[in-house]
Design a protein around this ligand. Structure first.
Ligand code: ADP
Ligand code: ADP
Length: 233
């Protein structure tokens, strides 16, 4: 099953009279349960690509289909709905609500679901258990370690059962041991069927993915299996 299809997508920023082709004719197909790392130098278009995939931004031309829906035909409300129900985001800086418990943070996206409060509570609790935080539900972010905070963020990203998990440098703020723990959790989620796209600067992080996309000047420069990509280095 195809989850994501980009057909000749461009994203042009206008800065004064200058036009910056942040994405310049990107074609991409991602199937369910793929685990993809996006790499490339600063300015190559990784953030722009992630913002488009996450429906935080629109392409200037081309087509973006998610789960077979043409998102380029949707208005702002339609895009927001897709973002809230089909996309899970994880950030380098966690972006948790600091005054709320782990459980409240994970329940938050479920306000867009039709579930009642008890069902939301149960789903959030179950998700925290799946990421190994069953004993931390009442803790606030400042009472959690960096790795635990990122687990809360991952639980929040997945509680709506999104079609795709988008992670932007998810281990960028973590020490190497904690990073490995988080990457093992991603491996586990992949084994359970989750589709994952992560942006990273680190080869050791990209090695966990099954497919490695390298960008350059707004284009996909190489798109290889992890083994092929490693053999080319
Ligand atoms: P990253 O470290 O993830 O690559 P960047 O430093 O490229 O992030 O960009 C951080 C934010 O600044 C992004 O939201 C991006 O859209 C915005 N941004 C990047 N370059 C420019 C620019 N030349 N003008 C305005 N905003 C920019
Ligand atoms: P990366 O994430 O790989 O660092 P970005 O997607 O942030 O790359 O940026 C790609 C190009 O688009 C860069 O030249 C950047 O300066 C430019 N850019 C990104 N965001 C903006 C923006 N909001 N306004 C103008 N230019 C931008």
């Amino acid at each position: 099953k195809v989850v994501i299809r980009l057909d000749n997508v461009t994203r042009v920023y206008k800065v004064g009279v200058e036009r910056i082709h942040a994405l310049d004719g990107v074609n991409l197909e991602l199937r369910q349960n793929e685990y993809v790392a996006v790499m490339g130098p600063s300015g190559s278009g990784k953030s722009t690509l992630m913002n488009l995939l996450g429906c935080l931004d629109r392409c200037t031309s081309g087509v973006y289909e998610l789960d077979g829906y043409d998102t380029t035909r949707l208005g702002a409300g339609g895009l927001a709905h897709i973002r809230n129900t089909r996309i899970g985001f994880v950030f380098q800086s966690f972006e948790l609500m600091g005054r709320s418990s782990a459980l409240k943070n994970v329940e938050m996206p479920l306000i867009y679901s039709r579930d009642g409060w008890w069902s939301r509570h149960k789903r959030a609790r179950h998700m925290l258990e799946r990421v190994g935080l069953g004993d931390r539900v009442k803790h606030r972010p400042n009472q959690l370690s960096g790795g635990e905070k990122q687990r809360v963020a991952i639980a929040r990203a997945l509680v709506c059962n999104p079609s795709i998990l988008l992670a932007d440098e998810p281990t960028g703020n973590l020490d190497s041991k904690t990073s490995e723990d988080i990457l093992r959790l991603f491996d586990q989620l992949h084994a359970e069927g989750q589709t994952i796209v992560l942006v990273t600067h680190e080869e050791s992080v990209a090695r966990h993915a099954k497919r490695v996309i390298r960008m350059m000047d707004g284009r996909i420069f190489t798109d290889l299996t992890s083994e092929e990509d490693q053999a080319r280095r």
